[in-house]
Design a protein around this ligand. Sequence first.
Ligand code: ATP
Ligand code: MG
Length: 373
Amino acid sequence: MGSSLSGCCGLNNTEKGANMVAGARTSWRIFTYKELEAATNGFSEENKLGEGGFGCVYWGKTNDGLQIAVKKLKAMNSKAEMEFAVEVEVLGRVRHKNLLGLRGYCVGTDQRLIVYDYMPNLSLLSHLHGQFAAQVHLDWRRRMKIVIGSAEGLLYLHHEVTPHIIHRDIKASNILLDSDFEPLVADFGFAKLIPEGVSHMTTRVKGTLGYLAPEYAMWGKVSESCDVYSFGILLLEILTGRKPIEKLPGGVKRTITEWAEPLIIQGKFKDLADPKLGGNFNENQLTQAINVAALCVQNDPDKRPNMKEVVSMLKGYDPRGKVIQNRIESAKYNDELLALDQTSDDDDDNGGDSCDMEKNGYSVFGSMEVQKK
Ligand SMILES: Nc1ncnc2c1ncn2[C@@H]1O[C@H](COP(=O)(O)OP(=O)(O)OP(=O)(O)O)[C@@H](O)[C@H]1O
Ligand SMILES: [Mg+2]
């Protein structure tokens, strides 16, 4: 998660905000702690939707019948408090049909809570590899809708909103699905709110390693193109149904790009499609989408397309003429770092055992080798 937001404004005592999206008026407001406590049945275990790097998320229902998801942030210090105010202020203005905007927030004495609309189809992760995986709700049409909608949400963050926002944590658990399977990109803008002493990197690597762009993982270099890389991995995941990092029999871990590259080189696009689709997919769209993914996951950030190009290629245009990429140059995470990744061991949305990178003496930066072809 993260943003390139800047500014020094507070909340200006504003208690409500409103914006127009496609003619519909959406708004946010301040919630009281009591109200959220009541809505979530006292933040009970039964109401818990999951847990991420910033705290737990609970399902709830307000007095006026609105279903909400409440993210209860871990304890914050005063610096983080100011940043929270700034981020909330800015994020309250961000509205797009494919972005999960704020429904509100709550600032208690030592509590910070963010309120979102509840997404009844939960996350893309739960459909690809989690509790809904066996039910196969994701047919080809829905997958394409999720791919294009997520790309459009990112395009808006990178190119349309001011100041521009870099997400930094594009992954299947951060793509939420509404009742119509329209995707909403979640969790942009809060990376700066990591309380001191809390290693978000631990959680990031646990659930995110396979999505990290090499230049970000090695040197912490952040740009829009890191999101493009992560989007490329997400795209491969949606098309193939495979996890970004898989554990093979014998314990060896393999990245999705390492698996896909030989098939792409041989032009065996149909073999890349998720077997759960039962062969029901549009071959031209599949080929085009694989090519887009291959462009996005190139090691050199300058060679990757931007999100405007990604969206137009996904819609069937090819602004890069005949540039078709069939060599992926898979980023190769080294063994120590791969050992810390637990995504491949988890089968649901709830993460798994936590693993403390700091205790293990590793940092994500510098722990990755790039395989040169
Ligand atoms: N608005 C929502 N509606 C339904 N489910 C949600 C909503 N927001 C979050 N969730 C689910 O709650 C769980 C925890 O989300 P959270 O964002 O805290 O963690 P994460 O996405 O796994 O990691 P990260 O902290 O990096 O975002 C995830 O399974 C997520 O899909
Ligand atoms: Mg999330």
